[in-house]
Ligand binder design. Structure first.
Ligand SMILES: *[C@@H]1O[C@H](CO)[C@@H](O)[C@H](O)[C@H]1NC(C)=O
Ligand SMILES: *[C@@H]1O[C@H](CO)[C@@H](O)[C@H](O)[C@H]1NC(C)=O
Ligand SMILES: *[C@@H]1O[C@H](CO)[C@@H](O)[C@H](O)[C@H]1NC(C)=O
Ligand SMILES: *[C@@H]1O[C@H](CO)[C@@H](O)[C@H](O)[C@H]1NC(C)=O
Ligand SMILES: *[C@@H]1O[C@H](CO)[C@@H](O)[C@H](O)[C@H]1NC(C)=O
Ligand SMILES: *[C@@H]1O[C@H](CO)[C@@H](O)[C@H](O)[C@H]1NC(C)=O
Length: 542
């Protein structure tokens, strides 16, 4: 059974595991690694799982609450509020060699490191969304969502990444068909231009995002998408989680793409900041292009998504209070300060010094206000502990001189530990993040572009009450933030289907639709999916 595969990761494997990239689940990644430090904490045996399921669920009170009239129902959100679910091309399409697609960087990374990825054999076909998109849109329709967050595979439309290398008409047609199918079924596409993957050829030719000249190719690719799909796509996400991409590939792991691997020993990394800078400039350049050439006619919006949690001081000592703000600056501020204020946070400039690239006046100009909305990917939150010795910073930005912790000085946690995943459930963290962004960045429009929980250790993946509780509690937190003046316009559950989650393969079970790999990849709605549908169709019976 897939569901036990996470248990197959023995302590030895964990100890030698090289963290490559866990897009969309950075906090899970942190806890995954934290399990190295505190092995007994997560090393549940099968018999313990049996016992755990008989325990009183910490989320029982939430389940009761969502049957009560004080739970905010669908109609307490505006009619045009987007309620959706998300996926990414890389994690569901499959068909790597079909329809003229070129190779992406992930095809190469997995090929070179098969042993590090659970279910690596399933990587090439994944859940065959490429073949089964029509059926999948019907599943989306049954869910009752009014918007679907998807992404386009750059390698499928431009196989070698460049216009000069040629447009792949079959790839263009695939997304035309998918977008049309969604619209015909009353679902608005919310489209990611780049989500984790890009053409391998650009990496081989230029060194990927380490090389500033990739910006031009990213811009050409985006322009092709605006021209081709912009008449129908009204929400664009330029890049997903540029901070996670940069940190995990170029600081925290010995990823094959990084040419700065020694920095894991010295803890003085440089490439991470260059790659991040080029990703940010790519975002701003494309955003400017959309605004000047397309937006007036197409009347859509463009923004970007990032992922983090709320950092809460580890103790009341002033050094921990300052450390918590530092982590907010190093995660949220790294992306949002340049976009809203035209420069990196002061504290980053001070600590990182000349390893942090500088923006030219022209760049500052195109960056400032380069987003119509912020996409917030939220999973959980952490305590922040001051750590002056960078040698001891393992899984956070080394330069932040602070460490994220699950337990605070008094041994308390943020929220409750979910028994079927590795996460602590802390919806208050989402509320606090939303309020933080409102105050710090002058109340921008926000979409919650990812929020969800795994069913890693669950005996029956279809019985995912814990996920219902998780989603409901975060919808409740979202509503509380809206009531307090935050401009949230949408909420997307991650993920629609079980997705290929990098090292964890399919063991994590993120999907509202469970995929049965023993039965022709059948898509089966879980109990949480059924609850979400009832919620969205106002059929909860109160
Ligand atoms: C699925 O197939 C695998 C391998 O054939 C088997 O080990 C596993 O028990 C099966 N799972 C289910 C749910 O039938
Ligand atoms: C729902 O939100 C309200 C308002 O913030 C909060 O007081 C309450 O604790 C939340 N309930 C749950 C179950 O999260
Ligand atoms: C909530 O209501 C549903 C029916 O709408 C019921 O099946 C379920 O048992 C109730 N849950 C709780 C915790 O009261
Ligand atoms: C939804 O909640 C509002 C109060 O927020 C209430 O007036 C309305 O009757 C509820 N609608 C349904 C269908 O339960
Ligand atoms: C960066 O890209 C240019 C082509 O635009 C290429 O000439 C140069 O060699 C690349 N630099 C590196 C370090 O790969
Ligand atoms: C920093 O930590 C490392 C390893 O934990 C230790 O060897 C080193 O002496 C420490 N440096 C300082 C300045 O305390």
């Amino acid at each position: 059974m897939e569901i036990l595969s996470s248990l197959r990761i023995s302590e030895t494997t964990l100890a030698t595991l090289v963290l490559v990239l866990l897009f969309s689940i950075p906090t899970q990644a942190q806890e995954y690694i934290l399990s190295k430090q505190k092995p007994t904490q997560h090393a549940l045996s099968v018999s313990q799982i049996g016992k755990a399921s008989k325990m009183i669920n910490p989320y029982d009170s939430i389940l009761e609450f969502l049957n009560s009239s004080s739970f905010p129902n669908r109609t307490s959100f505006s009619h045009d509020f987007l309620f959706g679910t998300g996926t990414s091309a890389l994690q569901i399409e499959g068909g790597l060699h079909e329809g003229g697609r070129g190779l992406g960087i992930w095809d190469e990374i997995i090929k070179q490191n098969k042993g590090l990825y659970l279910d690596a054999a399933k990587f090439p076909s994944k859940i065959e969304h490429y073949k089964r998109y029509k059926e999948d849109v019907q599943h989306l329709k049954k869910l009752g969502i009014n918007s679907y967050r998807m992404s386009i595979s750059w390698s499928r439309v431009l196989p070698d990444g460049t216009l000069k290398g040629g447009i792949n008409q079959e790839g263009i047609n695939f997304y035309n068909n998918l977008i049309n199918e969604l619209l015909e079924n009353g679902i608005e596409p919310f489209v990611g231009i780049m989500h984790a993957d890009y053409p391998l050829a650009l990496n081989q030719k230029l060194g990927g995002f380490s090389n500033r000249s990739i910006v031009k190719h990213y811009k050409d690719y985006s322009e092709l998408l605006f021209k081709t799909y912009g008449d129908r796509v009204k929400h664009w996400i330029t890049v997903n989680e540029i901070e996670v991409t940069s940190l995990f590939t170029f600081m925290l792991s010995r990823d094959p793409l990084s040419t700065d691997q020694a920095c894991q020993n010295t803890k003085i990394c440089t490439q991470v900041y260059t790659v991040f800078h080029n990703l940010l400039i790519s975002h701003a350049t494309t955003s400017e292009l959309y605004r000047t050439k397309f937006q007036t006619v197409q009347r859509g919006e463009i923004g970007l998504s990032l992922s983090s949690g709320r950092y809460v001081p580890y103790s009341s000592k002033s050094e921990d209070v300052v450390a918590a703000q530092r982590l907010m600056d190093f995660y949220w501020g790294w992306v949002l300060d340049p976009i809203f204020h035209g420069d990196y946070p002061k504290i980053m400039k001070k600590i990182v010094g000349n390893r942090l690239p500088k923006f030219t006046e022209k760049e500052k100009h195109i960056l400032k206000g380069s987003t119509d909305f912020i996409g917030v990917n939220y999973y959980t939150s952490h305590f922040a502990r001051h750590e002056p010795n960078r040698t001891n910073v393992m899984f956070d930005n080394y330069d932040a001189l602070a460490v994220s912790e699950v337990f605070n000085a008094e041994g308390k946690t943020l929220g409750y530990k979910d028994q079927y995943s590795m996460d602590y459930v802390y919806p208050e963290g989402l509320y606090n993040v939303l309020i933080y962004i409102k105050k710090k960045y002058n109340n921008p429009k926000i979409y919650i572009t990812e929020n969800g929980i795994t069913s890693t250790k669950i005996p029956n993946p279809l019985k995912d009450e814990h996920r219902t509780a998780y989603i409901a509690a975060h919808i409740n937190a979202t509503k509380a933030a809206i009531d307090d003046g935050v401009n949230v316009q949408g909420y997307f559950v991650w993920s629609t289907f079980d997705t290929f989650e990098f090292q964890m393969g399919y063991s994590a079970h993120w999907g509202l639709y469970h995929i049965d790999f023993n039965d022709s990849l059948k898509r089966i709605p879980t109990d949480a999916a059924k609850w979400y549908t009832k919620y969205l169709t106002c059929d909860l019976g109160h």
